[in-house]
Design a protein around this ligand. Structure first.
Ligand code: ADP
Ligand code: GLC
Length: 480
């Protein structure tokens, strides 16, 4: 059975990406198409999206409230890929702000409700079979498309089914209650048994409340988000929906992240030619102006947010350096974290390299050049970088949470691939780093860790199969 699916997302690599959602929105649809699913993407028409899409054509012109002017749906194909993409063109804020959710001071765009309300509303039109492509399933991702199931609930539709995937509970899309009417949803939706959340309109809650099925991106996170600690205020709702909530671990794009062929690397390597990794390390040190050294190089690539454990990492960076390691950090986000990191780099110019900004090439070079990769996240729905690291023979140190707990096998276990620690504090993180630095001295042990990680299968195939089963189950079962 070939299932028709519309995958609604606010980012998709290489068109637009701010984090892991962008990676997933590229790789998962491709993997699903390979399994025979007729999946197509719907995205906002950011400038970068319009510029990169091949074979773009006007598909439909539509009018939707509250917009006073018509908008267009364009159709194209993913660059270098096979997946058809629909793009909403004609909303000026999509074109001016390049795909971010915030301005450069870290403030959310004031019209985010409209930007993503429109995205959800157009998706719902597909769901009502008002447009040429008539999906059987609409697969929504994060709060930006959370309103789709709500729109479909209150409009006649030919029983299209909805899946709401949570990539991060911490971002919920909360807006003033006036947006309910403005976006064209009925008053009755603004209820505890609907999309209301402490007097606000919650896009994420709408998705979690009205969708036929909920998924999240790892089994451990699926359990965690039903608790007070990780549920971000929606744990109770998720508990009531636990029979329709599944955790499916993300895969990674094993073509884009392959040390044997990665075009960003000066030297390619595999498990048999691991010595060549050292040349990438040498080049990375040089590029980042770190002093030549035989001690381990620790890498980190991240959005600089609370989520990623920066507040308990920052105070121990001098101690990590004192223990003999060097660090390369690439990231952007919270301005205070950026400033504190830059200040630390001034104090340790030969041992700490801070690279503020978004840099795809450097990200690949860090994965290949670093010996150790840090991900001390407070919570991590899935996390992709730890998987890239294991594939590149770069040993991850992670906190045991969410997808990190599901993908990294601790040194104390068989087939270990990395180091894990339990609690979010500087002491445990430092102990884990020091343990790794010590074990780095044991070359044969280290190589075993590297081999174990590099031999693991992180491809999308297995996860895509689970999504296919879910789609099929939804189409053959009664609505819950
Ligand atoms: P999250 O989605 O929470 O940011 P993930 O680990 O799932 O975390 O995915 C992050 C993705 O974004 C990875 O592909 C990572 O390499 C990339 N990334 C994050 N920050 C940067 C940056 N500053 N430069 C380049 N790539 C980055
Ligand atoms: C989110 C999460 C991250 C996950 C990514 C893709 O941004 O923070 O853990 O890997 O989405 O699902």
């Amino acid at each position: 059975m070939s299932v028709r699916v519309l995958f609604v997302t606010s980012e998709a690599y290489p068109l637009v990406k701010t984090g892991g959602l962008g990676d997933v929105s590229y790789a998962l649809p491709n993997a699903l198409r390979q399994q025979g699913i007729d999946i197509r993407l719907l995205l906002p028409g950011y400038k970068s999206v319009l510029e990169q899409l091949s074979l773009i054509e006007v598909y439909e012109e539509i009018r939707i409230s509250p917009l006073e002017h018509p908008i267009r749906i364009l159709a194209g194909t993913m660059p270098g890929g096979i997946c058809p993409v629909y793009v909403i063109e004609g909303l000026s804020s999509y074109e001016s702000d390049g795909g971010s959710y915030q301005d450069n001071k870290g403030q959310d765009w004031s019209d985010n409700a409209l930007r993503f309300g429109v995205l959800s509303k157009v998706a719902a039109l597909f769901g009502q079979h008002h447009l040429l492509f008539k999906p059987q399933i609409i697969h929504c991702n994060d709060w930006q498309s959370g309103l789709v199931p709500a729109f479909l609930k209150y409009t006649p539709n030919p029983s299209v089914r909805t899946v709401m995937s949570i990539h991060n509970m911490a971002y919920q899309g909360l807006f003033g209650s006036e947006m309910v009417e403005k976006l064209g949803l009925p008053d009755e939706s603004f209820s505890m048994f609907g999309l209301e959340y402490h007097g606000k309109m919650s896009f994420l809650k709408a998705g979690l409340y009205y969708a036929d099925w909920i998924t999240t991106v790892s089994p451990t996170y699926a359990t965690e988000i039903q608790t007070l600690k990780y549920g971000c205020g929606l744990g109770g709702l998720l508990q009531t929906r636990k029979k329709t909530l599944t955790g499916i671990i993300n895969g990674i794009d094993t073509k884009a992240w392959d040390p044997k062929t990665d075009p960003h690397l000066s030297h390619h390597y595999n498990t048999k030619t691991l010595l060549l990794k050292k040349r990438n390390t040498k080049n990375l040190r040089k590029k980042c102006k770190l002093s030549p050294s035989k001690s381990p190089l620790i890498g980190m690539i991240t959005r600089l947010t609370e989520q990623k454990g920066l507040d308990f990492l920052l105070p121990i960076i001098p101690k990590i350096i004192k223990s003999g390691a060097q660090l390369v950090i690439l990231g952007s986000g919270n301005k205070e974290f950026e400033k504190n990191l830059k200040d630390l780099a001034l104090q340790h110019p030969k041992h700490l390299s801070i690279n503020i900004g978004y840099n795809e090439k450097l990200a690949h070079q860090i994965e290949a050049g670093a010996n150790i990769f840090l991900m001390p996240s407070k919570f991590e729905p899935c996390g992709l970088n730890q998987m890239y690291s294991m594939r590149y023979g770069t040993i991850p140190i992670v906190r045991r949470t969410g997808g990190l707990a599901d993908t990294v096998v601790d040194v104390s276990l068989n087939n270990a691939t990395g180091f894990t620690f339990e609690n979010e504090n500087s002491k445990e993180l430092l102990a884990s780093v020091q343990d790794a630095l010590k074990k780095f001295e044991d070359k044969s042990f280290w190589q075993t860790l590297q081999n174990n990680g590099m031999n693991r299968d992180f491809s999308w195939q297995n996860s895509a199969t689970q999504y296919v089963s879910l789609y099929q189950r939804l189409l053959t079962s009664q609505r819950v």
